[in-house]
Ligand binder design. Structure first.
Ligand SMILES: CC(C)(COP(=O)(O)OP(=O)(O)OC[C@H]1O[C@@H](n2cnc3c(N)ncnc32)[C@H](O)[C@@H]1OP(=O)(O)O)[C@@H](O)C(=O)NCCC(=O)NCCS
Length: 157
C-alpha cells in the first residue's frame, strides 16, 4: 500500500470515490456546506485500487479532518492516513487537529480516541439542522442509531 496526495491529475478519480462514499461532493458539517472537490488530502493505493482517503483543510493554524474512509478495515489503512495528516499538521505548526463525527459513529469514536483524540464538544441536534441543507443525510446511521448530534474531537499538538 502506498499513500499519495490528491493532485489535479487524480482529482476526477478522487471525486468519484467521494461520491461513492458520501453520495455527493457537498458535505454539510457544523452548519457549513463544504465543496469536497476542492479539498486537500491523501489516498491509499493498493493493487490499482483506492483503499482509503483522508481529506483536510487548515484554517487559522488548525487542521480540520473533513473525511476519513477505509475500504479495507482493520489492515492499517485508516491509521496510515491519519498518521500522514498528523505529520503534516506538525510540519505546518498547527495547534490542534479536530474533526466532527456523528453520535451514531461508534467505530470512529473508538478509532480516534484510541489514537489520542478527545471529545471536546457535543453539538446537540446539529445533524437535524444539517438535514435542512442536505436532505439526503439519513435519519438512522450505524447500527440503526438515530443521527442527531455532531461530536467534536481534537488532538492538541
Ligand atoms: C474509522 C475507520 C476510518 C478506521 O479505518 P481502518 O482502516 O479500519 O483503521 P485501521 O485498520 O488502521 O485500524 C483499525 C483497527 O485495526 C487494527 N489493525 C490495523 N492493522 C491490522 C492488521 N494488519 N491486522 C489486524 N489488525 C489490524 C488496528 O490496531 C485498529 O484497532 P484498534 O483501533 O483497536 O487499535 C474506518 O472504520 C472507516 O472507514 N469507517 C467509515 C467512515 C468513517 O466513519 N470515518 C470516520 C469519520 S471522519
Amino acid at each position: 500500500m502506498i499513500i499519495l496526495p490528491i493532485e489535479q491529475d487524480n482529482r476526477t478519480t478522487i471525486d468519484a470515490f467521494i461520491v461513492r462514499q458520501w453520495f455527493s461532493l457537498q458535505m454539510v458539517v457544523h452548519g457549513e456546506v463544504i465543496d469536497m472537490s476542492a479539498v486537500d488530502g491523501w489516498y491509499a493505493f493498493d493493487y490499482d485500487d483506492i483503499v482509503g482517503l483522508i481529506t483536510y483543510r487548515i484554517v487559522h493554524q488548525e487542521m480540520e479532518i473533513l473525511s476519513l474512509d477505509s475500504m479495507q478495515e482493520n489492515k492499517g489503512v485508516g491509521s496510515a492516513l491519519l498518521g500522514q495528516a498528523i505529520a503534516k499538521a506538525k510540519i505546518y505548526g498547527c495547534s490542534r487537529i479536530w474533526l466532527i463525527t456523528t453520535n451514531d459513529n461508534l467505530s470512529a469514536l473508538l478509532f480516534y480516541q484510541k489514537r489520542g483524540f478527545e471529545i471536546v464538544k457535543i453539538h446537540y441536534n446539529a445533524v437535524d439542522e444539517a438535514k435542512k441543507l442536505k436532505p439526503s443525510i439519513p435519519l438512522f446511521g450505524n447500527n440503526g442509531i438515530p443521527i442527531h448530534d455532531e461530536i467534536e474531537l481534537e488532538m492538541v499538538i
